[in-house]
Design a binder for this molecule. Structure first.
Ligand SMILES: [Zn+2]
Ligand SMILES: [Zn+2]
Ligand SMILES: [Zn+2]
Length: 374
């Protein structure tokens, strides 16, 4: 990745060093306490009607949490499903065309809304071989219409890519990929500490100090936001603290490292990183497509790939709409400032943009637009 490295700022920061330091932690801000209903989604799930499921950025949501939907009742197929979960009914992770058809036909279907990062689902049915009710746990497969709808990791690009993404699909990674869109993250995301050397905090702080609190991947200066700069172990061994095995990475570049798919980021932290990248000219109208893919909030990555495939003009990411008095009104996921057109997270942001004469579309509507065009 070729990015401008802000040398002047770096020296400014060197001079400013010695400023107060916050404790290092993996999770940069304390988790919000989960409401009861969200707790139930995390523990076995809760029955839900399709009409009560919200669409957030093309994904499924209820009460501020990201959920997935599945059907516990596998009917008379239960024997085959318990033997091989791939033969069971599929798990929906997005507001796909299948769910849309279900809604349109007004088909009554009992779905279970669940926050499941393990991939193992409780199922039941009626065993034909035993002539009695049967239950158990099955590794159900994800619905391919859902992956297509989101263009998850560029799913639509080629059949071989599709096979690979399906083979590698992991719910924990999937939840982390879209973490910036949701208020409540899965309970299982609360990181286990341990594994680290006892003096890790000190090692990490000294290392980041030597790197002047600048991300070694995108060049972002985080002197003022040190908790957003992590110390990464290149070989994955958290006890190998040899300097050549360490790398200072901002929370966004860190989660995009190989085998870090499970690393999540909070909405406000991602927004702050994009804001700072803008201010420090890491992001701007000259950013190349490759760098856009490296720097975009992964919640918008599938859509950005669809725009590129369609031959769209190169957009800007993390673009801020400034109102009168210099106040930031909204941060757009994807924007074409010269056309005053942007893709935003929510209907509320869309209204804000329209009030200042921009045209805006929500992430979910933009994805649906691509889907229905085919
Ligand atoms: Zn689906
Ligand atoms: Zn970075
Ligand atoms: Zn790491």
């Amino acid at each position: 990745m070729k990015l401008n490295f802000p040398v002047d700022q770096l020296w400014n920061q060197v001079r400013k060093m010695g400023a107060s330091e916050r404790a290092y932690s993996l999770d940069v801000s304390p988790p919000d306490p989960l409401p009861d209903i969200v707790n139930r989604f995390n523990e076995g799930g809760e029955e839900i009607e399709l009409k009560d499921v919200e669409n957030v950025g093309g994904l499924l949501s209820s009460h501020g949490a990201q959920i997935v939907l599945y059907i516990p009742d596998q009917g008379q197929s239960i024997d085959e499903v318990l033997e091989d979960g791939h033969r069971g009914k599929k798990v929906h992770v997005a507001d796909c065309v299948t769910l849309e058809q279900m809604r349109q036909r007004n088909r009554f279907q009992r779905y279970q809304a669940i926050v499941n990062t393990s991939g193992d689902f409780d199922v039941f049915g009626f065993s034909r071989t035993k002539s009695k009710p049967e239950e158990g746990v099955a590794r159900l497969r994800v619905c391919i219409n859902c992956l297509k709808h989101l263009n998850y990791k560029g799913y639509v690009s080629s059949p071989s890519q599709q096979r690979e993404i399906l083979k590698q699909f992991d719910l924990k990674n999937f939840f982390a990929h879209y973490s910036s869109l949701f208020r409540y993250l899965p309970k299982s995301f609360i990181e286990k500490k341990g594994h680290y050397a006892d003096n890790w905090k000190e090692i990490s702080l000294r290392y980041r100090e030597r790197k002047n609190f600048v991300c070694e991947s995108c060049g972002l200066d985080l002197t003022q936001h040190k908790a957003l700069l992590h110390t990464h172990h290149i070989d994955g061994n958290k006890r190998n603290n040899n300097e050549i095995n360490l790398q200072a990475l901002c929370a966004d570049c860190h989660r995009k490292q190989p085998l870090h798919d499970h690393m999540y980021i909070k909405q406000k932290d991602m927004a702050l990183i994009q804001k700072l990248r803008k201010q420090q000219n890491i992001l701007g109208d000259a950013t190349s497509w490759d760098d856009l893919f490296a720097l975009i909030d992964s919640s918008f990555e599938g859509l950005l790939r669809l725009y590129q495939k369609q031959g769209s003009m190169k957009p800007e990411i993390g673009y801020e709409i400034i109102g009168s008095g210099g106040k930031v009104l909204a941060q757009c996921g994807i924007a074409w400032p010269s056309a005053k057109y942007a893709v935003v997270r929510s209907p509320e942001e869309k209204k804000i943009l329209e009030a200042v004469t921009w045209k805006a579309v929500t992430l979910e509507d933009a994805l649906r637009g691509f889907r229905d065009r085919k």
